[in-house]
Design a protein. Structure first.
Length: 382
């Protein structure tokens, strides 16, 4: 037997499920609190513009009554006039809010929405919409919004790290092509082209699994190729001289004395990590020792915050002078700042701004970073 339609609202599972949400005993909800919960729900559920408009008007109708349910009873005509939506759009938005378990419909026998008053004229009940689930689930909205923010921040950090790895890889390839053209770069260049095609734009979509790790591996491969090319294919180490004499650099396995600080020049090989470690003891604040250029870049990225420099300063430095030079500049400026504070002179007032100035002078060819490090090391050994 087929039952005839009663003419009322179609029964929905979401409306029944939402009835389990109740207020705490004696809880008085203000319109401001209800509005704050609505804003969190909009973010958590990603409501459309019409749904947000209708929900906002339903919240605005809450009269802060002393009732155990948050009942409002605006007519469709009022919702249409206050939102500017058509009746069809209002009905669709209400239906969506019910499906999201934000509101519960409470229909009257004649389908109208109105308040029920006692003999004294006090409102004791109403037919319309129950907003209790919207407020009762406020903790859920807060948790969802916090998780969404965490995911967005994680995605942004991942994209930032990919950008840094991409620029560092390209810088290493350019340096190889300029200083060591005989070194085979085909494998690294193919890997770079492949990862560029796999990397999506910053559209909010998640990154493919393992993409960030692949970029870091490629960066390490490119920087290691550049480093080994500068060492002539041998293991470059700092050799401790006898009788406590200072450690000096080596190239192709042959010990040479550190050259004096020459006039401004562009370095033709990467700054050796041991030179940085000896000239700048402040780098010992890092958890890991400085063994290679990968450690230098990691230390510079980590110590950047100690300068009070904005992340954009690091990104600009990596883009303009390369990751290795940028990291070395961070460590150098931090050592100068630490020495300045220890001496009590306090001449460097803004270490982050000083770092930007040094970076731009390096780019312009007006600052010899390697020569400054050698001079700084000699001063420490006097």
């Amino acid at each position: 037997m087929q039952l005839a339609s009663s003419g009322g609202r179609r029964l929905r599972h979401a409306a029944l499920a939402a009835r389990k949400f109740t207020l705490e005993a004696g809880r008085a909800v203000t319109r401001k609190e209800l509005s704050a919960s609505a804003r969190e729900a909009e973010k958590a559920l990603g409501l459309s513009a019409p749904q947000r408009l209708v929900l906002g008007q339903l919240v605005a109708c809450w009269g802060e009554l002393a009732m155990d349910r948050l009942l409002v009873w605006p007519s469709n005509q009022r919702l249409m006039s206050t939102t500017g939506l058509s009746e069809r759009a209002v009905r669709n938005a209400v239906r969506a809010l019910i499906e999201c378990q934000l509101v519960i419909p409470k229909d009257s026998p004649n389908g109208k929405r109105y308040a029920v008053r006692n003999a004294a004229g006090t409102i004791v009940d109403a037919f319309g919409f129950d907003l209790t689930p919207l407020y009762a689930r406020r903790g859920e909205w807060t948790a969802v919004v916090a998780e969404q923010k965490r995911l967005r921040d994680h995605l942004k950090r991942s994209f930032d790290e990919i950008t840094i790895s991409r620029r560092a890889t390209e810088e290493a390839l350019n340096a190889l092509a300029q200083h060591y053209p005989a070194v085979d770069r085909d494998q690294i260049e193919r890997g770079l082209a492949l990862l560029k095609t796999r990397t999506p734009k910053r559209s909010g979509s998640p990154l493919p699994e393992g993409l960030l790790e692949a970029w870091k591996e490629l960066q390490q491969l490119a920087e290691e190729a550049f480093y080994q090319a500068g060492c002539g294919g041998t293991e470059c180490r700092q050799i401790e001289a006898e009788k406590g004499s200072p450690s000096e650099t080596c190239d192709k396995g042959i010990r040479v004395d550190a050259p004096p600080a020459d006039p401004i020049r562009s370095p033709s090989k990467p700054l050796l990590p041991a030179l940085i470690a000896e000239a700048c003891p402040v780098v010992s604040n890092c958890a890991h020792p400085i063994r290679d250029v990968v450690d230098v870049v990691a230390a510079g990225r980590f110590l950047r915050a100690s300068l009070g420099a904005h992340p954009s300063a690091w990104n600009e430095a990596v883009e303009e002078i390369g990751a290795i030079q940028a990291a070395t500049a961070v460590i150098y400026v931090l050592q100068l700042y630490d020495d300045d504070v220890s001496s009590g002179r306090n001449r460097i007032r803004n270490a982050g701004g000083y770092f930007r100035s040094v970076m731009r002078m390096i780019k312009a060819g007006r600052f010899d970073l390697e020569g400054e490090l050698l001079a700084l090391r000699r001063r420490r050994m006097v």
